[in-house]
Ligand binder design. Structure first.
Ligand SMILES: NC(=O)c1ccc[n+]([C@@H]2O[C@H](COP(=O)([O-])OP(=O)(O)OC[C@H]3O[C@@H](n4cnc5c(N)ncnc54)[C@H](O)[C@@H]3O)[C@@H](O)[C@H]2O)c1
Length: 305
């Protein structure tokens, strides 16, 4: 006998929600899609019918309007949309948060919504290849807020639903949450590093392209995030100045804030993280790229000389 397929819900129909929902449907699942766009708005009440509800709505990091002791704009994670939409899932439903969330968020939400099982599954797809990445994820990670048989079974159930991935992990929710921030922070640093070395190379008459290829051919480093060209750059022009897009700026700011709150006395580590933030903001300002995103995270003056 084959087990009846669970009815799936997907709240949020952006890059993650649309592509995962399409893939689930192509594999024979029924998905109720709810988001702010038409035609999905009308499905709000139907989320209550779903056995497993995935969530991929925005979870921004925004300025508090205050400055920290070192003059850096204070930011905070805003999980209010996630908190609001979880209430749409019925009692006993499994809720899987795909949005990137500050470490500790799953535990807090689970305490607030004790009638549902809340899990976190960090997402690694790229906007440029989202449909393909959703079909072939590189990692399926499920974070559980409590290490019990019930949560482990729920996590196994979710992993069985997701497209197969070469790497699978069930871990505590805080680890799952931090994996995504650590990943993005590492790549953010790599982009800023590439920009700094590009300037140094240029000033010293060194061909950055040769340097880049040689550095990236070290398997411990790899070629990704060192290329400063954008697709439509004319030859010799490199406009990828700074780490931008919707995730890099907010996730690095969040991680840096978390570190500063956790270790307020560790001045040098805070200085290192802030240094990357300031340099990145400066690069983005100079290239006039992602200014709205930058100001959405830090407020109006960041990166201005
Ligand atoms: N885009 C990426 O490459 C990517 C990769 C990994 C993780 N993430 C994270 O995943 C999350 C979502 O990203 P995305 O790119 O899919 O978002 P998106 O901006 O493309 O789409 C967001 C969706 O959420 C819906 N939404 C917003 N508020 C809502 C509400 N109150 N009720 C119902 N629906 C609502 C919108 O209508 C939209 O369909 C973010 O936390 C992001 O950081 C994104």
């Amino acid at each position: 006998m084959t087990e009846k397929k669970p009815l799936l819900g997907f709240i949020g129909q952006g890059f993650i929600g649309k592509n995962y929902s399409d893939d689930f449907e192509q594999r024979g699942y029924t998905v109720i899609r709810y988001s702010l766009e038409e035609p999905y708005q009308a499905n709000k009440e139907h989320i209550r019918e779903c056995d497993i509800v995935f969530i991929a709505v925005p979870a921004p990091t925004v300025p508090t309007g205050k400055k920290r002791g070192d003059g850096h704009p204070e930011v905070h994670f805003d999980g209010s949309t996630i908190r609001e939409v979880i209430g749409l899932a019925r009692e006993g439903a499994i809720v899987v948060i795909k949005s990137t969330i500050e470490p500790g968020t799953t535990e807090l939400l689970q305490a607030h919504y004790a009638d549902k099982l809340i899990l976190h599954s960090p997402e690694f797809l790229l906007e440029t290849t989202a449909a393909q990445d959703a079909k072939h994820p590189e990692r399926n990670i499920i974070g559980i807020p409590k290490d019990t048989k019930e949560y482990r079974e729920a996590a196994e159930r979710v992993i069985a639903l997701l497209p197969k991935a070469p790497y699978t992990l069930i871990c505590d929710a805080r680890t799952a949450e931090l994996i995504k921030y650590a990943n993005n922070a590492f790549l953010f640093i790599k982009i800023v590093f590439a920009n700094i070395f590009y300037e140094l190379a240029k000033e010293n008459g060194i061909d950055w392209e040769v340097l880049r290829e040689a550095i990236g051919s070290d398997p411990r480093i790899g070629p990704s995030h060192l290329d400063l060209h954008l697709k439509d750059d004319p030859p010799g022009v490199m406009r990828r100045r700074g780490a931008g897009r919707s995730c890099f700026i907010k996730d690095f700011a969040e991680l840096s804030e978390l570190y500063a709150k956790t270790f307020p006395e560790d001045k040098h580590a805070i200085m290192v993280l802030r240094g990357f933030e300031y340099k990145n903001s400066e690069l983005l300002r100079a290239a006039d790229r992602y200014i709205n995103l930058l100001e959405g995270v830090y407020g109006p003056d960041t990166g201005k000389k």
